[in-house]
Design a protein around this ligand. Structure first.
Ligand code: ADP
Ligand code: TYD
Length: 198
């Protein structure tokens, strides 16, 4: 079972991913939580490069996909094979939203590279944390270079389009609510859609 958490920076996805990880562990499930980009030695090094250097959008795209490929190959596939539940803090939809809709790289190109990096494995379910930009900005003090105004607006709108295109996989959550309410929503969705006895 592969579950991804998506949304703009500050939308609360890491908070809920960590919470679900702990909850599932306490229930006795075997579960892992990874961040993309990152979570392997190589992918963490690529993450540092992405944060350190300004680069053209295509180089950026390829580095995100290289990091993802490493994560999928070294961690996600072995864990799934062992029967673990794998939680991902960001995954393929981040690239479609940030590099595709945000940086305006051809969406077909992004799709193909996502497919190559993941060997075609999509999440079984994706939670999209939908939050107005202003609220997200208020929640996080520091902003990285990925988070400039107009750019982030395109990213957020892109996420909503992606969710409409893949309604079976992507569940859009109202992320302006309190932590508790959102978490209950996530558990309810997992019970209903994946028949998990939670
Ligand atoms: P993301 O991983 O999407 O960037 P985080 O989970 O790191 O977001 O949350 C960003 C900030 O907002 C953190 O300070 C966190 O404590 C806070 N936060 C998370 N969820 C909520 C919520 N439902 N309501 C208010 N603040 C929240
Ligand atoms: P991260 O620090 O994990 O996000 P957050 O601040 O929400 O915890 O991700 C770093 C940045 O990388 C974030 O602004 C989103 C961006 N990103 C892309 O542009 N493309 C991608 O494919 C991914 C996975 C992330």
């Amino acid at each position: 079972m592969l579950i991804s958490f998506e949304g703009i920076d500050g939308s609360g996805k890491s908070t809920q991913a960590r919470r679900l990880y702990q909850y599932l562990k306490d229930m006795g499930y075997r579960v892992s939580l990874y961040r993309d980009p990152g979570s392997t030695e190589l992918a963490e090094s690529i993450r540092e490069l992405l944060l350190r250097y300004h680069m053209d959008p295509t180089t950026e795209l390829l580095l995100f996909e290289a990091a993802r490929s490493s994560l999928v190959w070294e961690k996600v596939f072995p864990d799934l094979k062992e029967g673990k539940i794998v939680l991902l803090d960001r995954f393929i939809d981040s690239t479609t939203a940030y590099q595709g809709y945000g940086r305006e790289i051809n969406l077909g190109t992004v799709r193909i590279l996502n497919h190559i990096a993941t060997r075609g494995r999509k999440p079984d379910i994706t939670f999209l944390f939908n939050l107005p930009l202003e609220l997200a900005h208020r929640r996080i003090e520091s902003r990285t270079r990925f988070e400039e105004g107009n750019y982030l607006r395109k990213v957020r709108d892109g996420y909503i389009l992606i969710a409409h295109e893949e309604r079976e996989r992507i569940v859009m959550l109202d992320a302006s609510r309190g932590e508790e309410e959102i978490f209950e929503d996530i558990l309810r969705t997992l019970r209903e859609r994946l028949s998990l006895p939670l």
